[in-house]
Design a protein around this ligand. Structure first.
Ligand SMILES: NC(=O)c1ccc[n+]([C@@H]2O[C@H](COP(=O)([O-])OP(=O)(O)OC[C@H]3O[C@@H](n4cnc5c(N)ncnc54)[C@H](O)[C@@H]3O)[C@@H](O)[C@H]2O)c1
Length: 361
């Protein structure tokens, strides 16, 4: 393949601008198509970004043999069909979180990539590109905390009723859930990635502040058993007056850290030299440069993730966050829904090893 990479973006809503802006900053990448079932959105996006082709039918975009890459930026329930069709059409795929709204849809996405391991597949979890999350993951992997005992994640944000006035948010069949699958999933992914994966969980969920507005949950608490044997909790609500506040605490036999909005608020280790070292790592961890004008709660990782994805295609390596890796957070969320619905502990499938070997076409 020539060095030029041609991209089609499917779904021209809120997040599509971040994808398009990110692609535009990678050398020799052209956004060649945009698609939205709403014609005015497809045309408006094409005009705004001088994209040559716009369509309301993504199959037209997939039929263009000169398109190498597809970004899937539609509602959760539509991802599985579009991702599978894109792999069938021979496209590399980057899909927004959450990959899928049901377990069957998630399985079908994973199977559709397994049938095309020569194609690159990335699941968007941009927070994995933030320095602080990488540092925490490395500290856990290096056993800097000794044996981890507990970890606790909270995310509080505010989604007013007006947020749910569109076609899909708050509708079980299209969003698959609300605060866990949409807002908290970023922090669930980061926590599970840092801790090495979740083995089982028990959840409570409810709609406490959006009655008559959403069919889904706005508030949830999850008890967790991690693969390493440690225990943890997740608490999430999208009806809080704290708007986009998140925290993560990790307590081990040798030391503990507490983070608020990606900044360390407490660092205590028995060994004071170790404490200084961890403090230094956490305080100096930096973030990639983000897309200008993107909402601050998205973090700055999208541009880095898109650049990594294009580089992965060019180098014939797997992306930093493959679709298979992104599936674990999705499985945690879907297990939490099952647990809450059935009032029992539920096992979570282990994080997948990505077997795909991508070759340059
Ligand atoms: N990573 C992040 O920080 C982040 C932030 C916001 C949204 N998202 C994710 O991005 C995805 C889209 O969210 P959004 O907020 O942009 O939604 P949105 O409703 O603003 O946009 C989705 C668009 O997809 C279009 N669409 C639906 N089905 C389609 C189809 N079959 N073909 C073509 N177009 C179709 C809709 O008409 C709509 O314009 C979701 O998965 C969401 O969770 C991620």
């Amino acid at each position: 393949m020539s060095n030029q990479i041609r991209v089609g973006v499917i779904g021209c809503g809120v997040i599509s601008a971040t994808h398009i802006e990110s692609y535009r900053e990678v050398e020799c990448v052209e956004v060649a198509w945009v698609c939205d079932v709403k014609e005015d959105r497809a045309r408006g996006t094409a005009e705004k970004y001088a994209v040559p082709r716009a369509t309301t039918d993504y199959r037209e975009l997939l039929a263009d043999g000169s398109v190498d890459v597809v970004s899937v930026c539609t509602d959760h329930a539509s991802h599985a069909r579009i991702v599978s069709d894109a792999f069938e059409a021979g496209k590399h795929v980057v899909c927004e979180k959450a990959l899928a709204s049901t377990s069957n849809a998630l399985d079908s996405i994973i199977a559709s990539h397994a049938a095309h391991p020569e194609l690159a597949f990335a699941g968007i979890f941009q927070h994995r590109f933030e320095g602080i999350n990488r540092v925490l993951r490395q500290l856990v992997a290096d056993r800097a905390f000794g044996r981890v005992l507990t970890s606790a994640m909270t995310v509080h944000c505010l989604r007013p009723n007006s947020y749910y006035e569109d076609d899909w948010h708050g509708k079980l069949a299209l969003e698959g859930g609300s605060v866990l699958i949409n807002q908290a999933i970023h922090f669930i992914d980061a926590m599970a990635w840092i801790m090495g994966g979740v083995r089982s969980l028990c959840a409570i969920k409810d709609n406490l502040a959006h009655e008559g507005v959403i069919e889904t949950e706005d508030t949830a608490v999850v008890a967790l058993r991690f693969i390493d044997g440690s225990v943890g909790t997740m608490e999430a609500t999208c009806a809080s007056n704290l708007h986009w506040e998140h925290s993560l605490a990790i307590h081990g036999t040798l030391g503990a850290v507490e983070m608020r909005n990606n900044k360390p608020t407490k660092v205590r280790f028995a060994d004071k030299q170790a404490e200084q070292h961890v403090k230094h790592l956490l305080e100096t961890a930096d973030n990639p440069e983000g897309v200008a004008g993107a909402r601050s709660h998205y973090g700055t990782g999208h541009k880095a993730q898109i650049a990594d994805f294009i580089d992965a295609i060019r180098q014939g390596r797997r992306p930093f966050v493959t679709g298979e890796m992104a599936a674990h957070a999705n499985q945690i969320v879907l297990a939490a829904y099952r647990s809450a619905d059935e009032n029992r502990w539920v096992d979570v499938p282990a994080p997948m090893e990505d077997a795909a070997v991508v070759s340059t076409r």
